[in-house]
Write a protein that binds this ligand. Structure first.
Ligand code: NAD
Length: 415
């Protein structure tokens, strides 16, 4: 499988495609192609053994025409500027598709995240915040968790930023622990959003959810909550996997029971001696609905033609390559793209920020109901654009998002 795809090139290609459908002026396109600001810092961190190591950190602010910049911060050895720019750009489109008043940003620190102690991670985070404190803020740029950063990391960001500014700045970051202004419902939001998009996509194809076989790649936060909700909808979850491999049961699996097993043993593999399948085989297994919810570049030019599912709902970011997209579109497979399908998370992040700015907390039921309304509206907005232009859902989501950003730009005006 191809893993050498440059995300920046993909992001630019997608933007150019949307731009040509919208017949955008070349000068406007040039504005959107480039991030508004790139912040790069070299962060010295005292390690537990007393040595000092320097890690490079980035915050890329792609666009803020529709509101403050918004996007996660990832800690990973392979973080690089091209990747962070692409991810920041996708955040601009994701926020625009679900129509929340944020722009797009992303941050990253190139570091051996897995091998840092908690104390090292805390010192790294606090120093990074100190170095970018004037570039972020409740009304400026609002970070969130991403790969190898979590609610504890967000608590450190909140604390350090508040210390520097001299007041408790709850709205400076989302994905915080509930005790520190985090939102109820955030944990389930992305997975539930994936399930909601799946339900709507099934309506389009007249697929009865109670009869539908669903294969899910991954069994982490997104995959688990998507599986839980789809199981409630009556779907037959026939396959689940993790990095060790997958299991396939044509009679259907109970995700809660499988999760209990995974929590005890570390993997879904071995559950009730059910037939093991590889992650590659899962993608082309017998199902109506496929949910890639693990990592990027899983559905490629090599396997797209063998996919049996009629609907693919992208829980993960970037699981389908552009080559695979073309094959799937020709085959008539409906792909609900990541910037729509997994936007439940950023939508509830927006609600967290709203609650912080209001100094108020909503109940979980209210948060999830509001998230569902936003996603269902976004789903049909995208579907209508796809019908209007006769294009796939990913291109339609891009067309919708780019148009919303350009409309905001034109209304605000450029001096
Ligand atoms: P997670 O770390 O909780 O889970 C990842 C899952 O993928 C795990 O089950 C892991 O075993 C599995 N996995 C790892 N490598 C694999 C491989 N090579 N083959 C098959 N499975 C593999 O992460 P998550 O939060 O569930 O995120 C999953 C995807 O969803 C990522 O692409 C992430 O960027 C995207 N996403 C997450 C959120 C969110 O709110 N968590 C929001 C938007 C997008």
């Amino acid at each position: 499988m191809s893993h050498k795809i440059n995300p920046y090139e993909v992001a630019i290609k997608q933007l150019e495609k949307a731009s040509s459908i919208l017949k955008l002026d070349q000068q406007v396109l040039e504005v959107l192609k480039r991030p508004q600001k790139i912040i790069m810092v070299n962060i010295p961190v005292k390690m537990d053994d007393g040595t000092i190591k320097t890690f490079t950190g980035y915050r890329v602010q792609h666009n803020n025409f529709r509101g403050p910049y918004k996007g996660g911060i990832r800690y990973h050895p392979e973080v690089n500027l091209d990747e962070v720019i692409a991810l920041a750009m996708w955040m601009t489109w994701k926020c625009a598709v679900v129509d929340i008043p944020f722009g797009g940003a992303k941050g990253g620190v190139a570091c051996p995240a897995k091998y840092l102690s908690q104390a090292e991670k805390e010192r790294l985070t606090r120093k990074f915040v100190e170095m970018i404190a004037d570039e972020i803020g409740e009304e400026i740029d609002i970070p969130a968790p991403d790969v190898y950063t979590d609610s504890q990391t967000m608590a450190w960001i909140f604390d350090e930023y508040s210390r520097i500014k001299g007041y408790p700045a709850y709205g400076v970051v989302t994905g915080k622990p509930i005790e520190l202004g985090g939102s109820k419902g955030r944990t389930q939001a992305t997975g539930y959003g994936v399930a909601i998009c799946t339900r709507e996509a099934a309506k389009v194809y007249n697929i009865d959810l109670k009869e539908a076989k669903v294969a899910i790649q991954g069994f982490g936060n997104v995959a688990y909550y998507a599986a839980e909700k789809l199981y409630q909808f009556g779907c037959k979850i026939v396959a689940i996997s993790d990095s060790q491999g997958g299991i396939y049961d044509p009679n259907g699996l109970d995700p809660i029971d499988v999760m209990n097993y995974k929590q005890k043993t570390g993997s879904v593999v071995g559950y009730k001696n059910i037939r093991k399948i590889s992650n590659e085989a899962l993608l082309i297994s017998d199902c109506e609905i496929l949910i890639p919810a693990a990592i990027e570049n899983q559905i490629t030019g090599e396997n797209a033609d063998k996919i049996k599912a009629k609907i693919i709902v992208e829980g993960a970011n970037g699981p389908t390559t552009p080559e695979a997209d073309e094959i799937l579109f020709k085959k008539g497979v409906l792909v609900v793209p990541d910037i729509l399908a997994n936007a439940g998370g950023v939508t509830v992040s927006y609600f967290e920020w709203v609650q912080n700015m209001q100094k108020y907390q909503w109940e979980e039921e209210e948060v999830l109901r509001k998230m569902e309304e936003k996603l269902v509206k976004a789903f049909y907005d995208v579907l209508n654009v796809s019908k209007q232009y006769g294009i796939d859902m990913r291109t339609a989501a891009m067309v919708l998002a780019v148009k919303r950003v350009v409309d905001a730009m034109k209304l605000r005006g450029i001096r």
